[in-house]
Design a binder for this molecule. Structure first.
Ligand SMILES: [Fe+2]
Ligand SMILES: [Fe+2]
Length: 142
C-alpha cells in the first residue's frame, strides 16, 4: 500500500462529494408534489456537510502531492420524489462504504489524522441514509 493509492481513493471520493453537492442542489430545485417544502429543506440541509467533505479531501490530496480532481461523478436523473430519495439513499450508502475503505487505507500508510477525519465523515454520512430511509418508508398519504 502506498500513499498514491490513498490519494487515488481520496480523489475518487472527492468526485463523489462533488456529485453529492450537485445532486442535492439539483434535486432541491426539481422536486415537486405536496412534500416539496420539506424535501427542499432536507436536500439543501445536506449541502454544507458534503461541501465540507469535498474541501477537506481536496486540501489533503494536495498536501500529499496529488492534484485534487475537478470532475464530479454523474448525478442519476429522476423526477418522482421517491425516485429522488432512493437515488440519494443509494449515493449515501455508497459514501458510507467509501469512507469505511478510506479508514483502512489511511491506517495502512500511517496517516492517522486522515483516518480520524474519515471516521468523522463516516459518522456524518451514516446519518444521511437513516434519515432518507425514514422519509422514504413513511406513509405518503396516497
Ligand atoms: Fe459527503
Ligand atoms: Fe452524505
Amino acid at each position: 500500500m502506498s500513499k498514491q493509492a490513498l490519494v487515488a481513493a481520496m480523489n475518487d471520493q472527492l468526485s463523489a462529494e462533488y456529485q453529492a453537492v450537485i445532486q442535492y442542489l439539483q434535486y432541491s430545485a426539481i422536486v415537486t408534489g405536496p412534500h416539496r417544502p420539506e424535501l427542499v429543506a432536507f436536500f439543501r440541509a445536506e449541502i454544507p456537510d458534503e461541501q465540507g467533505h469535498a474541501q477537506y479531501l481536496a486540501d489533503k490530496i494536495s498536501a500529499l502531492g496529488g492534484i485534487p480532481t475537478t470532475v464530479a461523478k454523474p448525478v442519476p436523473p429522476g423526477s418522482d420524489p421517491r425516485e429522488l430519495l432512493q437515488n440519494v439513499l443509494d449515493a449515501e450508502t455508497e459514501a458510507v462504504a467509501a469512507y469505511t475503505r478510506l479508514i483502512d487505507l489511511a491506517d495502512a500508510v500511517g496517516e492517522i489524522g486522515i483516518r480520524i477525519q474519515m471516521e468523522n465523515f463516516l459518522q456524518d454520512e451514516s446519518n444521511h441514509p437513516d434519515e432518507t430511509q425514514k422519509i422514504l418508508h413513511g406513509n405518503w398519504g396516497e
